[in-house]
Ligand binder design. Structure first.
Ligand code: HEM
Length: 209
């Protein structure tokens, strides 16, 4: 039974990461071609909303893409044990990227939220928690507490990819109710982050090696 839930969790996480990789690359293309009216893309309100602060969006999304790729590499046991010096170097880059992504997420949510106050509050709450996890992951590694280090990094990765689940929730709310994207952004943020927080604690307590 434990093996079944482990595979379910791992397969679910891989799907979530792949969707987020695709959505983030698509977003980058949309943002970079937004000013070109002849490109045939339909410019949506959620894209136009970034027009005045594109650099900040790039500074969040590009490190986000690297974070997804490097985090996946770090969490696969085969790569982790194969070459420890690479694990250490990639790990430092991953933690630096985490600092950039979570800080820019908080700035975006405070200064330029697309949704309501709930998006801002949820991002401040989980963004700060993720910054705390980043600090703990680093100090645990420095003091050679490798099990604790692995748990903090697992939390960082799995809670951060909740941004992919947010997209699914937004789609679900919009398909089943008469809501605009702007109205349901905040509640989707809260539900997705709370769900990922709960699931990663279950993984760490009952399913991890
Ligand atoms: C896992 C790495 C991450 C990636 C690849 C990523 C990617 C993105 C993308 C593509 C957008 C543009 C969204 C859109 O309008 O379609 C975005 C915006 C945003 N992200 Fe992230 N993100 C990541 C992590 C996070 C985390 C951990 C948080 C919260 C703690 C966060 C909070 C935000 C916020 C608040 C916005 C602005 C939304 C708005 O316009 O109101 N992101 N991110």
């Amino acid at each position: 039974m434990k093996a079944f839930f482990r595979y379910l969790f791992i397969l679910g996480s891989i799907s979530i990461v792949l969707i987020l990789l695709w959505a983030s690359m698509d977003k980058l293309v949309r943002l970079s071609t937004m000013s070109n009216v002849s490109n045939g893309h339909i410019v949506q309100a959620v894209d136009l909303h970034y027009q005045g602060h594109l650099w900040l969006a790039y500074f969040h999304i590009i490190p986000g893409l690297l974070f997804l790729a490097l985090g996946a590499y770090q969490l696969i046991p085969y790569f982790r044990v194969r070459n420890y010096p690479i694990h250490r170097t990639v790990g430092k880059i991953f933690l630096l990227l985490s600092l950039v992504i979570f800080s820019t997420a908080i700035v975006l949510a405070i200064i330029y939220p697309f949704g309501d106050w709930l998006e801002t509050i949820t991002t401040i709450l989980f963004g700060s928690f993720l910054l705390f996890c980043t600090y703990k992951a680093y100090t645990a590694a420095r003091s050679l507490q490798f099990q604790a280090h692995r748990n903090w990094v697992t939390r960082i990765y799995f809670i951060a990819i909740a941004v992919s689940t947010i997209r699914g929730m937004v789609g679900l709310f919009m398909a089943t109710g008469n809501y605009t994207m702007q109205e349901i952004f905040g509640i989707a943020f809260l539900l997705a982050f709370a769900l990922h927080f709960f699931l990663v604690e279950l993984w760490i307590k009952y399913l991890a090696d």
